[in-house]
Design a protein. Structure first.
Ligand SMILES: Cc1cc2nc3c(=O)[nH]c(=O)nc-3n(C[C@H](O)[C@H](O)[C@H](O)COP(=O)(O)OP(=O)(O)OC[C@H]3O[C@@H](n4cnc5c(N)ncnc54)[C@H](O)[C@@H]3O)c2cc1C
Length: 491
């Protein structure tokens, strides 16, 4: 008999799991609350522009990497993706501009900006990242849940060790598993530390003092792994996964928000806001743990014990800008990180992404669509909204002003835009249904505090709250891992 699976949420994590299971012969239905897929990595329309909602940098498309593995497995003949270089340019407060190349030019850049003394750090970073990407692409059941997964993890580990022993593995890897990356930056220049902090903030959600060394080595490796632009925007990844799901016999239903999950001995029942009730053998929730806890009847201990709010979790403040092409020099790279003066906290670094010139679907002729994001504490926006709407609106205007000021360091005429719209964590909560507008998953501070995806007999979690965490490629890796575990347990 076929196993029925209901996936709640058509983010990239949910869709990856759904399509792999559909391909394996499971009967898969995806319920999505919104009217299009992709969640934080979706692309939305506004006044003839198509803006990236949150994520803009997509990786993992090289041969043998996760998106390539998925495509080959489920029959996506070609991702509508073009590689781009540099991956991004980082702008330091003193106006230094540091391009991040993935090819051999990266060593010239490192020499020029951080000196030859930094090479030992970068060599460690690359060697460690190579070993870890190799490990992650074997889809290890991490963290292992149950004796079978412990055995599988052990087997994967043995294979990985024997393949990498000479090239990348050093005894110091054990130390890195337990230390922050700051220990690897001792004796390095302040410029390098600040640069690394900025890069980690967008990839590990924290800075070098706290970010785990192993997580950080792989997070810093994005330019070397290759960054692509998707035709039509980053939401094309989800659209292509959706098509592959349908081609493999699965179903995706939009505008159905799951509002209740009740588990019985022989099935799970899922209720939606539109009165639909589905009975399934399994549920895969592409939700934050807090959202899953809220809709689960009798949630397991791991959900009941969650703190009231994600500790140290971030929200995002977004500005979407539609602008004349003329104000952007033709050879300008498409991604920019701008670091402000002082501590890299709340609003003090922004990430700007431009729609590619070649992608005419993203903006009217002669125009470009720009997405700008910054980290913000979600708590403050909810407090303001609940206590004083005028103060909330004033704060929003202040943030737009601040972000546009920082952006004008690179694009002096950006304030001449035709369209400027902004989103707070409340906007994220509205469109992606993520509780509090919490985004980016848990800070990558410890390898050993990751959330296990197998929650009860019939309920699993996917998305950026499980290992390996946030990013479009990471949630697909996590989705692949969950799909593999389910196949082993239910075949
Ligand atoms: C501002 C910002 C910038 C980022 N930049 C990058 C970047 O440049 N590169 C990168 O790789 N990553 C980036 N990320 C991270 C990346 O976007 C996310 O880690 C990833 O997209 C999360 O995917 P997910 O599968 O966890 O689900 P989500 O994207 O959270 O999707 C969940 C889906 O479930 C749906 N849903 C929620 N509740 C329900 C319900 N009850 N019933 C039905 N459907 C429901 C939602 O509508 C949504 O479609 C960024 C994130 C943000 C917020």
């Amino acid at each position: 008999m076929m196993t029925d699976v209901t996936v709640i949420g058509a983010g990239n994590g949910g869709l990856t799991t759904a399509v792999i299971l559909a391909k394996a012969g499971f009967e898969v239905t995806v319920l999505e609350a919104h009217s299009y897929p992709g969640g934080c990595a979706g692309t939305f329309r506004r006044k003839h522009y198509r803006f990236e909602a949150g994520a803009t940098l997509a990786g993992g498309f090289n041969p043998g990497e996760v998106m390539d593995i998925i495509a080959k497995h489920v029959g996506i003949s070609d991702w509508k993706a073009r590689f781009d270089s540099p991956a991004m340019t980082v702008h330091l407060p003193d106006k230094t501009q540091i391009p991040r190349y993935g090819d051999s030019r990266r060593w010239d850049v490192r020499q020029q900006y951080f000196g030859e003394d930094s090479f030992s750090f970068w060599q460690w970073q690359e060697r460690t990242a190579d070993a870890l990407w190799d490990f992650a692409s074997r889809s290890p059941p991490f963290p292992p849940q149950g004796p079978r997964e412990i055995y599988d993890l052990f087997q994967t580990g043995v294979g990985w060790l024997s393949d990498n022993l000479r090239a990348s593995i050093r005894p110091s890897l054990i130390r890195d598993a337990f230390s922050p990356i700051a220990t690897r930056l001792t004796g390095q220049s302040e410029n390098l530390r600040r640069f690394i902090d900025g890069q980690l903030l967008i990839s590990a959600q924290t800075i070098s003092q706290y970010a785990n060394a192993m997580f950080s080595a792989s997070a810093l490796d994005l330019p070397r792994r290759g960054v692509v632009h998707l035709e039509g925007g980053i939401g094309t990844i989800a659209r292509q996964l959706e098509q592959a799901l349908i081609d493999n016999g699965g179903t995706l239903v939009y505008r159905q928000k799951a509002i209740g999950i009740r588990e019985f001995t022989d099935h799970v029942s899922i209720r939606t806001n539109k009165g639909l009730t589905i009975q399934s053998d399994l549920v895969i929730a592409n939700l934050t743990p807090w959202d899953l806890r809220d809709i689960m009847h009798n949630p397991p201990k791991s959900l009941q014990q969650l703190p009231a709010k994600p500790e140290g979790g971030w929200g995002a403040f977004m500005v979407y800008v539609g602008i004349d092409q003329e104000i952007i020099p033709a050879d300008t790279p498409l991604h920019h990180q701008i670091l402000g003066e002082g501590r890299l906290t709340e609003g003090n670094s922004i990430f700007i992404s431009l729609s590619p010139l070649w992608d005419e679907s993203r903006a009217p002729r002669g125009k470009r669509a720009i997405t700008i994001s910054t980290h913000t504490d979600f708590r403050k926006w909810w407090q303001l909204y609940r206590s004083n709407r005028d103060a909330y609106r004033t704060e929003k205007k202040k943030y737009i002003q601040h972000i546009m000021n920082l952006a004008s360091r690179v694009f002096p005429k950006i304030t001449d835009a035709d369209l400027i719209e902004a989103g707070t964590p409340l906007t994220f909560n509205h469109f992606t249904r993520r509780k509090f507008g919490w985004v980016g998953g848990f800070r990558q501070e410890s390898l050993f505090k990751t959330f296990g995806p197998h929650l009860t007999n019939r309920v699993w979690l996917v998305g950026d709250s499980i290992f390996p965490g946030q990013s479009t490629a990471a949630v697909s890796l996590g989705g692949l891992r969950v799909a593999n575990s389910i196949q082993q347990q239910w075949d």
